[in-house]
Design a protein around this ligand. Structure first.
Ligand code: SAM
Length: 286
């Protein structure tokens, strides 16, 4: 893991932000749950080869390694060296010899064609800059009939982000929600366009009520102190707005959220999509 990657500014920013989060990433069990679910849906079995893209601290790679066993192999890749260090220490502590962790950019991978039984990607795919090209690339590495499983929040997720995008759209500023791909239909179209077949999307709702203060904090995280990498301002975005426009946008943002208040709080949607699909070809030929 001493290798250095050549990353553009956007990807370097993503890698840096996960490097910073690496020590505390495992404090929440949210990601573990998602990884378990994706693995369950993907039906990985003993002896198979699995590529875990954006493996992070290795939740999915480790769980997959326990399923594929000694006859199988799991490769976990990530652009954050610090996240991989966390994963590696868990792999070492568990004495797993069938997991290999590699520092690599998911959009510039180089593996043999027709190699993996499964490519899985949890909590990561929305970071990809050219999603269709990335899917086409990954598809090359799958065996004929091999399966892909990708998790993403739907574009209705996270109320603060949804309202912020709506308000800024009126001012001609586009915010890309880096932490999602889109609707069920958009996901379906994307995978079909990238050449996958039998696309199936499973949907789960993990939303809950939040309070106004939390929902409003999205403004701070994206506009005032853009520490959040979950919403990416596209183009010259905010700098094209005058301070008066920005102040007005803030008033509209607050008002939109206030209008969503109920006795229980504000509904914070977290529709979660699991996109399951496969590469064309006969599984029995593998
Ligand atoms: C939210 S974490 C998910 C980690 C793990 N899959 C999980 O669910 O716990 C996203 C991970 O994707 C990685 N990542 C983002 N863009 C990437 C890229 N282009 N190539 C490889 N990894 C990437 C980040 O470094 C981070 O570790």
């Amino acid at each position: 893991m001493v290798k250095q990657l050549e990353l553009n500014d956007y990807k370097q920013g993503v890698a840096d932000s996960y490097d910073r989060r690496s020590q505390t990433y495992d404090n929440s069990d949210w990601h573990v749950q998602i990884c378990r679910r994706l693995l369950e849906y993907s039906q990985v079995s003993a002896g198979q080869t699995v590529l875990d893209i954006g493996t992070g601290t290795g939740h999915l790679a480790i769980a997959a390694a326990q399923i594929v066993g000694d006859q199988g192999q799991v490769i976990g890749i990530d652009i954050s060296a610090r996240m991989l260090e966390q994963a590696q220490s868990k792999v070492n502590a568990m004495g797993l010899s069938n997991v290999e962790l590699q520092l690599a950019n998911a959009e510039a991978l180089d593996y043999p064609v027709n190699h993996f039984d499964h490519i899985l990607c949890a909590n990561t795919f929305p970071w990809m800059e050219d999603k269709e090209a990335t899917l086409r690339l990954w598809q090359r590495f799958l065996k004929p009939g091999g399966r892909i499983g990708v998790h993403t929040p739907a574009d209705t997720a996270y109320v603060g982000a949804v309202v912020l995008r709506k308000v800024f759209a009126k001012y001609g500023v586009s915010l890309e929600a880096s932490n999602r791909i889109g609707s069920v239909e958009q996901c379906q179209d994307l995978f079909i366009k990238a050449g996958f077949e039998a696309v199936e999307i499973k949907t789960e709702q993990h939303g809950s009520y939040t309070n106004l203060e939390n929902a409003k904090a999205t403004w701070e995280g994206v506009v005032v102190r853009p520490s959040s990498t979950s919403l990416k301002v596209l183009g010259n975005g905010l700098s094209q707005l005058s301070s008066a426009q920005l102040a007005q946008a803030k008033v509209e943002f607050d008002a939109e959220l206030e209008a969503l208040q109920t006795e229980e709080g504000i509904w914070d949607d977290l529709t979660t999509l699991y996109i399951l699909s496969r590469k064309a070809g006969n599984r029995s030929s593998r």
